[in-house]
Design a binder for this molecule. Structure first.
Ligand code: SF4
Length: 363
């Protein structure tokens, strides 16, 4: 198959659904880690076509959603410093911090600019030599290599006013934390497609080996996801636990070594604070000593006030797969995409947003 429409072919989808119904006998519960999968599963109505004994849970794989409130507060504190311009991808703007979002901080005078890539941020740095340009580094293994490349470019071009506020996260330690917590019992994991394109499917082998949980890497089209679920069901029925790929056009076992090398050259593992999970060792990325002069945290003396979590918001539980959005008393009543209370409603990849837009459940 070459074109995206081929991955949405209705006859092939019907055949896969029929196969799933025919082969699936044991109750099972699968978690999709990635927010992109959450949206695709809802948009294409995948949950509704699966047998009733197959449960689906959403995990913490939305980078905007897992950014912790203190990290947003820290970003706003930097943006309010004199002669600073904070550059960020647009999806972070509306995420609530303790007292404001980046959007609100901008409305009250902070210079916060939306960019589409680190190249835009570097351009702003070159055009504003008298100011400090901070790029807010959000995202998983998919975005970190590009940010690493921008640091190398800044070094090569001697751009001394470009800084990274690294809030990057890497996925395997978060999955391990969720499994170790024992809060959710999973029969299989739908592994993230884009992250796996960088890390390779081997990044998930510890899940099959250490936890006995089947893993299949999926793409984002309906046939990818149905194929992935079918492969997970086969493993469950046969009592196997291994890592397979249902997204061969994007993922290999080894991944993209060039991107991984780039990331490793500039960043090193560091503890990171995940919303709803807390600080997980080695689940974040900080600039290595050699590149510390580009580190916004080293450049600025940041003392944000004590953080406050949004009252009544269950994003933490939703991100751990412990609760679903309709179990939050604020869902639809108070919290909507137009007036979001928590990040899971802000982000286009958030579970609450997906339930709101495509879910049949209401409370
Ligand atoms: Fe938070 Fe809103 Fe989701 Fe409730 S519905 S968990 S308040 S984002």
């Amino acid at each position: 198959m070459k074109y995206v429409t081929e991955f949405r072919n209705s006859e092939t989808a019907q055949a896969l659904i029929a196969r799933i119904k025919q082969t699936s006998h044991k109750p099972a519960r699968f978690m999709e880690f990635c927010g992109g999968h959450t949206v695709a599963i809802f948009r294409y109505g995948i949950r509704q076509v699966l047998p009733a004994h197959i449960g689906m849970l959403s995990g913490p794989g939305c980078p905007v959603c897992v950014t912790a409130t203190p990290d947003i507060d820290k970003t706003i504190a930097i943006a309010r410093m004199p002669d600073v311009i904070v550059t960020t991808f647009g999806d972070m703007l509306k995420v609530p911090g303790s007292r404001a979002s980046l959007q609100k901080a901008r409305a009250t005078g902070a210079d916060i600019r939306t960019v589409y890539s680190t190249l835009d941020a570097l351009k702003i740095a070159m055009e504003n030599p008298g100011r400090s340009i901070v790029f807010l580094g959000i995202g998983f293994e998919t975005t970190a290599p590009g940010v690493a490349a921008s640091v190398l470019q800044a070094e090569e071009q001697k751009i001394g006013n470009y800084f990274i506020l690294s809030q990057h996260k890497v996925c395997p330690p978060a999955i391990r934390a969720i499994l170790d917590s024992g809060e959710v019992k999973l029969s299989g994991l739908i592994c993230p497609g884009h992250v796996s394109a960088i890390t390779g499917s081997e990044a998930w082998e510890f899940i099959a080996r250490d936890y006995g949980i089947p893993c299949v890497v999926s793409g984002f089209e309906p046939l990818d996801i149905l194929q992935c679920v079918s492969m997970l069901i086969d493993q469950v029925e046969m009592g196997k636990a291994k890592v397979e790929i249902a997204y061969r056009r994007g993922v290999t076992r080894e991944g993209n070594w060039h991107a991984v090398e780039l990331m490793d050259k500039v960043f090193e593992p560091a503890p990171a604070n995940w919303r709803g999970i807390g600080v997980i060792p080695a689940s974040g990325l900080r600039l290595r000593d050699k590149y510390r002069r580009f580190d916004a945290e080293a450049r600025f003396d940041i003392k944000p006030e004590q953080s406050i979590e949004p009252k009544g918001c269950l994003c933490g539980e939703v991100l751990r797969g412990v609760k679903t959005p309709p179990e939050c008393a604020l869902f639809r009543r108070v919290c909507t995409p137009e007036s979001p209370v928590g990040p899971c409603m802000v982000s286009s990849e958030g579970s609450c947003s997906a339930y709101y837009l495509y879910g049949e459940e209401t409370n």
